[in-house]
Ligand binder design. Structure first.
Ligand code: G
Ligand code: MN
Length: 314
């Protein structure tokens, strides 16, 4: 294909040189789509620019300029009733479009080849900040989401272990989460990848469990240390006996396989007590704490009854 060229001639409303570059970039991408030698930005009608294309250009820049932020949601041990870990969740608030939903930008990153830099950014940030958390608060584990699109990248396990070395992270304190449905998209390749991560001493967790059609025969061989019950079941268990039964069944299943089990989506005290009485090990949800920036989390540990006053963790 011929090289595409973009011409941006709208400095007035383009928002300075950054905006001008962004317009030029959009024009280049539009020229590629139309297979034309060049496109002038001012000729692109607004409705011709799909929101995903605008976001793609912005996401690439956001990874470099720091518009992305990791938030951390507490995971509460149900015996001690204090925080033992956090889940790192990437958040993106753009200056132009406001907050973008994580499933939207993760999907976008997967479709546009940005999933590697996005995951790398999130991983490095989570491990750097969890080191800070350890120094200021105490031993708190960190869970990191690996999306389906990254799981099958050949270098992903190397990436995780190299980043852990840089931040001197204790493998016992790092857990990666992969959704049951991402795993089941290619069960045998996923099993191999999970075994490689396991060989490096990193804990594995199956996220959104109960929605992804894995079989008991498959579960039997999985080298993971944790199951996370999908929040849709947990959130409805007070009103729906069927959902409560699913939660109980997953907790029993995990116990029989000697895997720890986390209930996510705990939104009230009744649900918290139900999952605790069923033998669940850990709870996560808005009732105890929402995902929050690092500084807010450190304050939360100090002030919340679940934080152990930040003292019992050392
Ligand atoms: O399964 P996954 O790792 O995608 O879940 C994390 C997401 O779930 C986060 O985006 C977080 O904001 C959301 N979440 C966490 N706890 C709760 C909760 O108690 N209720 C609801 N509705 N969403 C939650
Ligand atoms: Mn998760």
């Amino acid at each position: 294909m011929r090289a595409a060229c973009g011409v941006a001639v709208y400095p007035d409303d383009a928002g300075g040189s950054q905006g001008l570059l962004r317009c030029a970039d959009l024009a280049v991408r539009r020229a590629k789509v139309l297979e034309r030698p060049y496109v002038v930005y001012s000729e692109i009608a607004d409705e011709e620019i799909p929101p995903s294309l605008v976001l793609e250009t912005d996401l690439e820049a956001a990874i470099e300029t720091g518009e992305l932020e990791n938030h951390y949601q507490p995971k509460i041990d149900l015996q001690s009733r204090t925080i033992t870990g956090v889940e790192a969740l990437a958040r993106w608030t753009t200056s132009i479009h406001g907050p973008v939903r994580p499933d939207v930008f993760v999907g976008l990153a997967e479709r546009t080849g940005l999933i590697m830099p996005l995951t790398l950014w999130s991983l490095i940030t989570a491990l750097r900040q969890s080191r800070e958390l350890q120094e200021r608060v105490g031993n708190i584990g960190v869970s990191i989401n690996l999306s389906g699109g990254i799981l099958h990248e050949p270098e992903v396990d190397d990436l995780v272990s190299r980043t852990m070395k840089i931040w001197n992270a204790d493998p016992g304190q790092v857990t990666y989460e992969v959704t049951e449905s991402a795993m089941m998209a290619d069960p045998s390749a996923s099993l191999k990848k999970l075994q490689e991560l396991n060989a490096k001493g990193i804990n594995g967790s199956i996220d959104d469990f109960g929605t992804g059609y894995s079989s008991l025969a498959y579960l039997k061989n999985l080298p993971v240390q944790e199951l996370k019950i999908d929040k849709s079941f947990v959130m409805r268990m007070a009103e729906d006996r069927g959902d409560a039964r699913i939660v109980r069944t997953i907790i029993d299943l995990a116990e029989n396989f000697e895997i720890a089990v986390v209930a996510e989506g705990v939104e009230n005290q009744e649900t918290l007590e139900s999952v605790a009485s069923m033998g669940c090990n850990t709870a996560q949800g808005f009732y105890m704490g929402r995902p929050m920036p690092l500084e807010d989390l450190i304050r939360w540990v100090d002030e919340s009854p679940w934080g152990g006053g930040g003292k019992t963790l050392h």
